[in-house]
Design a protein around this ligand. Structure first.
Ligand SMILES: Nc1ncnc2c1ncn2[C@@H]1O[C@H](COP(=O)(O)OP(=O)(O)OP(=O)(O)O)[C@@H](O)[C@H]1O
Ligand SMILES: [Mg+2]
Length: 261
């Protein structure tokens, strides 16, 4: 299975929680394919949701200075000068990810941008890596994006099966969704869908439907005590993935159907 999914949304709506649960669910549903979870949030915390030991430090790809220098031919932190714009990156996902229960976690990290349109060794590696993950790998790739979709570019957009915008019930969620949809459309992502999270009632569902009539709604996930409790205890929710609620399974199934194969 080849499936490329990006999860976006306003701060705190549940992107990381959902990305990790969907990654784990997809890995459990299809044991044949490997699942790569990309942490593209500068304040990364996808490891916890995947149940990966956070005390073991994970070096983000953007901070692998020696590797970046070796692959691009330029020292990170420098700008201008000559360096290759298509560095070798195909070995990075396997070498620098940490695996748990069939999901490999890859942490991207951030590039200190020096002004707009900066082309530096770090951003070149990240871009090449995203392109490779989305275009060249016959795998499931799920991406926990910050509010935007900054790591994705025009080259990859055609291969992104869906940009899932996570929203909570509330009148203001539309504003954030519109912003993300615009970013997604600008780079050419066609399939942009809404996932209502932390929904407590039919009223909540109706609120989301009514405030976003022009969006396709992928589904709704209820407010889950298991998630609240796990968060409190610093554990991953649904440690036994077979115990996840049916809503999550259904959403994972729907996403699988979006696969371009
Ligand atoms: N369906 C749910 N039921 C209960 N709690 C939830 C649910 N989804 C998310 N949460 C809780 O909401 C909080 C925010 O979730 P999460 O960190 O996944 O959001 P985020 O969008 O990734 O946030 P950020 O923008 O800070 O990265 C967490 O405490 C999480 O446990
Ligand atoms: Mg997050």
């Amino acid at each position: 299975m080849s499936l490329k999914l990006a999860f976006g949304g306003k701060g705190g709506v549940g992107k990381t929680t959902i990305t990790s649960l969907i990654a784990r669910t997809l890995a459990a549903l299809d044991k044949e394919t490997s699942v790569i979870a990309i942490d593209a949030d500068p304040v990364s915390n996808l490891a916890a949701g995947l149940g990966i030991d956070e005390t073991r430090p994970i070096t983000p790809v953007a901070e692998l200075s020696d590797l970046i220098a070796e692959r691009t031919g330029a020292q990170p932190g420098t700008m201008g000068g000559f360096f290759t714009l298509n560095p070798k990156v195909d070995d990075i996902p396997d070498r620098f990810s940490i695996e748990k229960d069939g999901v490999k976690l890859l942490v991207m990290g951030t590039v200190q941008q020096g002004g707009s349109g900066c082309i530096c060794p770090e951003s070149t590696i990240l871009k090449a890596l995203m392109n490779h993950l989305v275009l060249a790998r016959n795998e499931v790739v799920v991406m926990d994006m910050e509010a935007g979709v900054e790591h994705l570019g025009r080259a990859t957009s055609g291969s992104v099966d869906a940009l899932v915008v996570v929203v909570n019930p509330g009148k203001r969620s539309r504003v954030a969704a519109d912003k993300i949809r615009k970013l997604g459309r600008d780079i050419g992502i066609k399939n942009i869908v809404i996932l209502g999270n932390r929904v407590r009632s039919e009223e909540d569902r109706q609120l989301i439907r009514e405030s976003m009539p022009d969006y396709e709604i992928l589904g709704f996930l209820p407010e889950m005590e298991e998630i609240v409790q796990s968060d409190r205890e610093g554990e991953r929710p649904f440690d036994d993935i077979s115990t996840i609620p049916k809503e999550l399974k259904e959403i994972a199934q729907k996403l699988m159907e979006m696969s371009k194969k």
